[in-house]
Design a protein around this ligand. Structure first.
Ligand SMILES: Nc1ncnc2c1ncn2[C@@H]1O[C@H](COP(=O)(O)OP(=O)(O)O)[C@@H](O)[C@H]1O
Ligand SMILES: [Mg+2]
Length: 348
């Protein structure tokens, strides 16, 4: 494989309004999306953090009660930065959509009663995805469409940025192209318009797709495949976020001479009052060897990712798991590595 120069550092993604976070299931999409939203808010942005997978991952990460299908402030900073959470729900999105476009008002109540049937299982998956992404699209266009700037308590907020905790890599291409699919089905009317606009937003320079991965074979392969697929669809990629990397844990055992290590341990353990029993020495050496082997493997995976020519951002495994403190820590790491820009009130 040709070796490339080291990946460029992320530049804060100026001009990007929609950050889509995908990755193989379980790699840390929700964690990274939540931390990115927090990082952006920490720099002054009003951020909508949206999830579409019915998992309540956001509320778990932030340790707040389950989110309703409406926008709920989760974190607010004195300087104006804010994270607003939204668990997008297809049925709620459909009702809002009908009210918005057909001014249905309470006639939507008919559909409300349709809730007796299980909406989620009766609706076709493609239509469901259009509703989910359409809801995110609706939130993203508020700033440009002045008719939404009614100045009352019920005025929906306009956002500086939206972070979407998106479906996993295996479904992301399909999910992000439902707009064109629907636009292709409906020749005109609001559905066609919505499909076209969603597609336009997703392929515009205001959208970036970040892929979260572990330095393991399957997620790395899925990352490489997803980047190829998304690029083929004309979508702009953001960063590769390497989560739970041992390489990032600050311990470097690569290249340690194991024979020398045996001698060193045999000499040094007694000086700290520990008997250098062979079983103990070999157990310690074994651990170092394990760690070094894993580091080696991770390095191979990292090199494969570097071929993608995208900024690579690393997040270590946090031993105490993910809670609001851990999110703040990861947010800090994301900012340090160029995932955010400062937002000033004037730029809104
Ligand atoms: N950097 C990290 N350090 C420690 N635990 C993590 C880290 N990132 C994610 N986790 C944990 O790994 C699990 C999967 O993460 P999650 O963000 O829910 O993944 P996904 O949304 O991709 O399924 C969760 O239990 C989460 O708390
Ligand atoms: Mg998740």
């Amino acid at each position: 494989m040709p070796s490339t120069s080291p990946p460029a550092r992320a530049s804060g993604w100026p001009g990007v309004r929609l950050h889509v976070v995908t990755g193989k299931g379980g790699t840390g999409k929700t964690t990274v999306a939540a931390a990115l939203a927090l990082a952006l808010a920490g720099r002054g942005a009003r951020v909508l953090l949206a999830e579409v997978e019915d998992r309540q991952g956001i509320s778990q990460a932030f340790d707040v009660p389950p989110l309703p299908p409406t926008e709920v402030p989760i974190v607010s900073y004195d300087h104006g930065g804010q994270v607003v959470g939204l668990a997008v729900d297809a049925k709620a999105a459909l009702l809002e959509y009908l009210q918005l476009f057909y001014k249905l008002g309470r006639a939507g109540g008919v559909l409300e009663r349709f809730g007796a049937i299980d909406f989620a299982t009766t609706i076709a998956p493609g239509v469901r995805d259009v509703l989910l992404i359409g809801r995110v699209y609706e939130a993203s266009r508020r700033r440009v469409d002045s008719k939404h700037h009614r100045h009352s308590d019920t005025t929906p907020l306009a956002y500086d940025a939206i972070v979407l905790d998106a479906p996993p890599t295996g479904r992301i291409g399909r999910f992000l192209t439902v707009g064109s699919e629907v636009a292709g089905l409906a020749r005109m009317g609001p559905i066609r318009a919505q499909g076209d606009s969603v597609n336009e937003l997703l392929t515009s320079p205001a959208t970036r797709i970040h892929v979260v991965t572990l330095l393991e074979e399957m997620p790395v392969q899925e990352t490489i495949d997803a980047v190829a697929e998304l690029r083929g669809l004309g979508m702009a990629m953001g960063a590769i976020v390497v989560n739970q990397a041992r390489l990032a844990d600050g311990e470097d055992f690569a290249g340690v001479d194991l024979v020398e290590l045996v001698h060193a341990l045999t000499d040094d353990l007694p000086t700290v009052g520990i008997e250098a029993k062979p079983a103990l020495v070999s157990a310690l050496v074994e651990q170092v060897r394990d760690h070094a082997t894993r580091e080696d493997l991770e390095l191979t995976h990292l090199q494969a990712l570097e071929q993608l020519d995208l900024p690579i951002v690393t997040v270590p495994a946090l031993l105490d798991g993910i809670d609001p403190d851990a999110l703040r820590e990861i947010a800090g790491l994301l900012t340090e590595q160029g995932m955010t820009v400062r937002v000033t009130a004037g730029s809104r």
